[in-house]
Ligand binder design. Structure first.
Ligand SMILES: [Zn+2]
Length: 454
């Protein structure tokens, strides 16, 4: 069996992965708060942990992995968006969930085994909060219930912060009823316009952190193997999940391994609406960037390194995938080779795995290449089409352009050459001209029909 090693945020070490129960390897990943289209940064954890899930399924067997990713469908951002757009909250969240699944399927992400919605687990959340109060870790005040961070000695251990650091660094909401400024909300009161559920503390709604603790417990149990998410969630969200779950279930450690992916940038800058470089996955797909290309670019950077999305990388990724598809298309389904598994098993070394696939493609190892593409979720629906385009014979067009060039050299009139070149480029053909001649190849967006006028 392939040995897997993952970097564990909790211990700050790369550790050999030993599942609690190899018959049921369990992973929880924090999912989206559903009020808008997923931006490109949201796709990174989805693609990273989809690749982890694929690897786990390969190693432990399809039926021996339980992957849970939630939908946060009760949260103040959702309420605000619904209020400003005049829409019913349920319509907004339902539509956003549909969009999310569609966009993530386009980037090759398989649906997790469970996709719980927070609103379906309110009873479990209330029970967990009652339990935390009974155990002295939480207190009710003015319709709120707060977690008392002073009651949990290890608070801050995951992110390596002390409570004093946190108070100094965080924008903490100061409320007169808080015992410690870092105490966080488990439950809060709802007014008539806000979604709410009856509870021992009056009509209200859960805080964000308790949602994940309750859903993970309901679907994976007191202790499970991997908890994943972006490293922007490490503090306070994951810190708070740990505090809640460990204090509610003393003697159980919640997640054994914590995996965090780094953030995404665009052309070297933080993606933000104010910089004008903010876009959604759907924007890219509609611009004609295939999901396979988005996934390839994401996986070409290690998940623990900041990832920079650039248009140049997307073009290069498409060129590579087209070549690989042409090699792999007619191969029989095989098993991924040990080298590839070793790389992926080494803390998900996807850039190393991609370099290895380059070697396989270069050596014409079609079956291994195909198996590797499949394991990494890179064998998209475009394979037959792109492979056919790669095989498209451009020799006549090469000769045509070459002749025109010879004529132009004599007449010094390059208008005809420029015209042909422009048409080829528009059809997605890459044109390389050198002293030795003309070379054409199908490139990103190649469309043979657009060659007809030539
Ligand atoms: Zn969470």
């Amino acid at each position: 069996m392939t040995t897997l090693k993952f970097h564990n945020t909790k211990t700050r070490k790369r550790e050999v992965f030993t599942p609690i129960d190899p018959q049921n390897v369990r992973m929880y990943v924090c999912g989206p708060t559903v009020y808008d289209r997923a931006h490109l940064g949201n796709a990174r954890p989805v693609i990273v942990f989809d690749t982890v899930a694929r690897l786990l399924r390969h190693v432990y067997g399809d039926d021996h992995v339980t992957y849970v990713r939630n939908f946060t469908d009760v949260e103040d951002k959702i309420n605000a968006r619904a209020a400003e757009s005049g829409r019913a909250i349920a319509d907004l969240t339902e539509e956003t969930i549909g969009w999310f699944l569609e966009d993530m399927a386009a980037v090759g992400a398989e649906e997790p085994d469970h996709m719980p919605r927070a609103t379906a687990y309110i009873g479990e959340m209330v029970a967990m909060i009652e339990d935390l109060i009974a155990k002295g870790h939480a207190y009710a005040a003015e319709g709120h219930v707060l977690f008392a961070v002073d009651s949990y000695r290890d608070y801050g251990k995951l992110s390596g912060r002390t409570v004093d650091d946190m108070i100094a660094g965080a924008r903490v909401e100061v409320a007169p009823f808080k015992r410690n400024p870092m105490d966080f909300v488990l439950w809060k009161p709802s007014d008539a316009q806000t979604p709410g559920w009856d509870s021992p503390w009056g009509r209200g709604r859960p805080g964000w952190h308790i949602e994940c603790s309750a859903m993970a417990d309901a679907l994976l149990g007191r202790e499970f193997d991997i908890h994943g998410g972006g490293n922007d969630l490490m503090f306070p969200h994951h810190e708070n999940e740990i505090a809640q779950s460990v204090c509610a279930h003393p003697g159980h450690g919640f997640a054994n391994v914590w995996m965090h992916n780094e953030m995404l940038q665009v052309e070297g800058r933080k993606m933000s609406k104010s910089l004008g470089n903010f876009f959604t996955v759907r924007d890219l797909l509609e611009k004609g960037v295939p999901g396979e290309v988005i996934r390839f670019v994401m996986l070409s950077t290690h998940y623990r390194k900041p990832m920079d999305w650039t248009e140049a990388k997307a073009r290069e990724a498409e060129r590579t995938l087209r070549k690989w598809y042409a090699v792999a298309v007619s191969a029989d389904a095989g098993a991924p080779d040990d080298l590839l598994l070793g790389l992926l098993g080494d803390d998900l070394n996807t850039p190393g795995a991609i370099a290895h696939l380059h070697k396989l493609a270069g050596a014409g190892e079609a079956a291994s290449l195909r198996a590797g593409l499949k394991l990494m979720g890179l064998m998209g629906d475009l394979m037959p089409e792109w492979a056919a385009q790669e095989a498209f014979d451009l020799t006549d067009y090469e000769a045509f352009l070459s002749d025109a060039r010879v004529t132009a050299m004599e007449s010094k009139d390059f208008a005809e050459v420029d015209r042909i070149k422009a048409m080829l480029t528009q059809a997605g053909v890459e044109v390389r001209m050198s002293r030795n001649g003309v070379a054409l190849s199908a490139g990103p967006g190649f469309d043979a029909d657009r060659l007809d006028p030539l």
